[in-house]
Write a protein that binds this ligand. Structure first.
Ligand code: PA5
Ligand code: MN
Length: 192
């Protein structure tokens, strides 16, 4: 009889940038998240010229949905920009305050965190860097490089994802390219 113990080898397939096995896989295209970019006109222009790039993709391995389990995942953010803003994840708060660990395995980027009262902090992540996102902080990752930005993440099952706050108010900071370099600037449209 096959064992039901949630104990198995998980392989990191670096050719396809997926975990094997993975239960959830998702590709997020520009059309899925255009309102998360600050320059909505630039996003609309790309879409109406027939470009709908994959901004990022991720997959997750979850041994069990029981509380106290951990979810392990892999995200790939492609290089590119919408207007001056780099390709990034939508960003979210966990519904149930819980922390998360990120481990960059390829490329480089920024992780931006934000509290519900609008405090922010950011950190650059390069290959080999780890980052701990404290419970209660919204988080978004941004690819500031020319290669894929690839990282592993681990967080507790049952954390849930709240995208609504970020969708409505935005992040207080934006990561943009200026004179060929990344720069973190205030978001003029932040509604916090
Ligand atoms: O939980 C996380 O922070 C990550 O697993 C993200 O879910 C992943 O990188 C995709 O980003 P988002 O959920 O903001 O679309
Ligand atoms: Mn998260």
């Amino acid at each position: 009889m096959a064992s039901e113990i949630p104990f198995q080898r998980i392989r990191l397939n670096l050719r396809k940038y997926i975990l094997e096995p993975a239960k959830r896989r998702r590709e997020v295209k520009l059309s899925d998240m255009k309102e998360f970019f600050s320059d909505l006109e630039a996003a609309e222009r790309m879409l109406s010229s027939g470009k709908d790039p994959v901004i990022y993709q991720y997959c997750e391995y979850e041994a069990s949905e029981e509380p106290d389990n951990l979810i392990l995942g892999l995200t790939v953010i492609y290089p590119g920009k919408v207007g001056k803003e780099y390709f990034m994840t939508r960003g979210h708060f966990h519904e149930k305050d819980s922390g998360e660990i990120y481990y960059c395995i390829y490329g480089s980027g920024i992780i931006l965190i934000q509290s519900k009262d609008g405090q922010t902090a950011y950190m650059e992540l390069k290959q080999g860097d780890l980052c701990y996102v404290p419970p209660g902080w919204g988080h978004r990752t941004i690819n500031t490089g020319r290669k894929r930005f690839v990282f592993l993440f681990v967080y507790p099952s049952g954390s849930g994802h709240d995208y609504g706050i970020i969708k409505e108010k935005g992040f207080a900071k934006l990561v943009i390219e200026e004179k060929g370099k990344w720069k973190v600037v205030d978001n003029p449209r932040y509604l916090g």
